[in-house]
Ligand binder design. Structure first.
Ligand SMILES: Nc1ncnc2c1ncn2[C@@H]1O[C@H](COP(=O)(O)OP(=O)(O)OP(=O)(O)O)[C@@H](O)[C@H]1O
Ligand SMILES: [Mg+2]
Length: 323
C-alpha cells in the first residue's frame, strides 16, 4: 500500500494536470477505481473545517468502553498492552507485546505528541504508571494541549499515575565522552545515562520519549555519541520491561522512519503518522509498519482528533474516495 502512495512534492497549488500525476489510481475491493491519498511527511497545512467532521464515507467507530477492575487485573497479567485509542487496537491482532519499544514516526504536526499523550492518559486511567519524557515541550504546554480533549491530565498527575518530565537534550550530550568510552569498553564502572531519565522512585509501565530527534539535535556533530546513547536507551528501557513509545520526526520525502536509520532497527515496532492530501484537503492517517510479536493489519487508515475524546482511528477505512 505504501508503495502506491506518491510523496508530496511540496507544491501547494496544483492544477488538474499535476493532480493527475500526483494521485495513483488503484482498484478497491469492490472493483471501483479509488484514488490513493498523497503522503505528506513534510510541511503541514492546517484545515480546521476538515477536522470538524470526518468525510461522509468514514464510519465513526464506537468509543472504547471504560474498563472494569477485573479488566485492569487481566491487563496487568496479560503479556500484551492496549493503546486504548478508539479504533486503533483492532488493527493489532494479539496486542502490543509488553516491553516493546515502538517508534512513532511522522512529519511535523502529524499528531505524534497527541497520539502518545493519549496512549499515556489511557494507560494512567487504567491504573498503570505512565511517564512522559519531553525534550521539546514544557510540562505546562503539554498539560494545556490536553485540555480540548477533556482527559483530566492534572488529576492523573496528582494521583501519581501520569508523570511529565521536561529535559534538556544538550545536557544529555555533555556526557558524550563517557558514553563513547563506555561503548569502547574503556570504563571500569558502568555509567548508565539512560537510567537517569527515569525518576528513581517510580517504575513506569509505559514511557514516551518526545523526541529522539530533539535528543539528536543536542548531539549535533557528535553522531557517534548519539548512536551510543540510543543504544543505551533501548537496552536500558528493554531491561526495565517498560513499553516505550519513542517519537521521531522524519523529514519530507524520506524513506527512513528515524533520524540516523539505526533506531528503526533497534525498535520492535514502527508506527508511522501521515498528513495526507486529498484534493485540497489534508487528512491524518496512521500505518503500522512493523510490530514484532503480534500480527497486525498492513494498511494506512485515517484518524482524527476529536474534541472531548482524543484520537479516533477508522480501522475499516483504507483509503479515501476522492469526490
Ligand atoms: N484539539 C485539537 N483538535 C484537533 N486538532 C488539533 C487539536 N489540537 C491540535 N491539533 C492539531 O494537531 C497539530 C499537531 O499536534 P501535535 O502537537 O500532536 O503534533 P506533532 O506531530 O507532535 O507536532 P510537532 O512536529 O510540532 O512535534 C496541531 O498543529 C493542530 O493542527
Ligand atoms: Mg510533538
Amino acid at each position: 500500500m505504501a508503495d502506491d502512495i506518491v510523496k508530496d512534492d511540496g507544491i501547494d497549488e496544483i492544477n488538474d494536470a499535476e493532480e493527475e500525476e500526483i494521485f495513483d489510481l488503484v482498484d478497491s475491493d469492490d472493483g471501483s477505481d479509488t484514488k490513493v491519498i498523497e503522503n505528506e511527511k513534510g510541511s503541514i497545512e492546517k484545515n480546521p473545517e476538515n477536522e470538524a467532521s470526518p468525510p461522509d464515507q468514514i464510519k465513526e467507530p464506537k468509543p472504547e468502553i471504560k474498563e472494569a477492575d477485573s479488566d485492569i487485573q487481566n491487563e496487568k497479567e496479560s503479556q500484551f498492552m492496549k493503546t486504548g485509542i478508539a479504533g486503533f487496537d483492532s488493527l493489532i491482532i494479539q496486542g502490543i507485546p509488553k516491553g516493546s519499544q515502538i517508534l512513532i514516526s511522522g512529519g511535523p504536526g502529524t499528531m505524534k505528541t497527541t497520539f502518545c499523550m493519549n496512549v499515556l492518559v489511557n494507560a494512567a486511567k487504567r491504573g498503570l504508571t505512565a511517564l512522559y519524557l519531553s525534550f521539546e515541550e514544557k510540562e505546562e504546554n503539554l498539560i494545556r494541549n490536553t485540555k480540548p480533549f477533556g482527559w483530566n491530565a492534572e488529576e492523573l498527575i496528582a494521583d501519581g499515575k501520569l508523570i511529565l518530565r521536561n529535559l534538556d537534550p544538550f545536557k544529555m550530550s555533555r556526557s558524550v565522552e563517557t558514553l563513547l568510552a563506555q561503548a569502547r569498553g574503556e570504563l571500569l564502572i558502568e555509567v548508565n545515562e539512560a537510567r537517569n531519565l527515569i525518576p528513581e522512585n517510580i517504575t513506569p509501565d509505559v514511557v514516551v520519549i518526545d523526541s529522539l530527534s530533539a535528543i539528536s539535535a543536542g548531539f549535533f556533530g557528535k553522531e557517534e555519541g548519539y548512536r551510543a546513547y540510543m543504544s543505551q536507551i533501548f537496552d536500558t528501557f528493554r531491561n526495565l520491561g517498560m513499553t516505550s513509545f519513542m517519537i521521531t520526526e522524519i523529514e519530507h520525502s524520506t524513506t527512513k522512519y528515524s533520524k540516523s536509520g539505526v533506531e528503526e532497527f533497534l525498535a520492535d515496532a514502527v508506527f508511522a503518522l501521515y498528513n495526507m492530501r486529498q484534493g485540497s484537503q489534508r487528512l491524518n492517517a496512521i500505518e503500522i509498519i512493523k510490530l514484532r510479536g503480534s500480527e497486525h493489519q498492513k494498511k494506512i487508515v485515517p484518524f482524527k482528533a476529536l474534541a472531548n475524546q482524543g484520537i479516533v482511528v477508522y480501522p475499516t477505512e483504507e483509503i479515501f474516495m476522492d469526490k
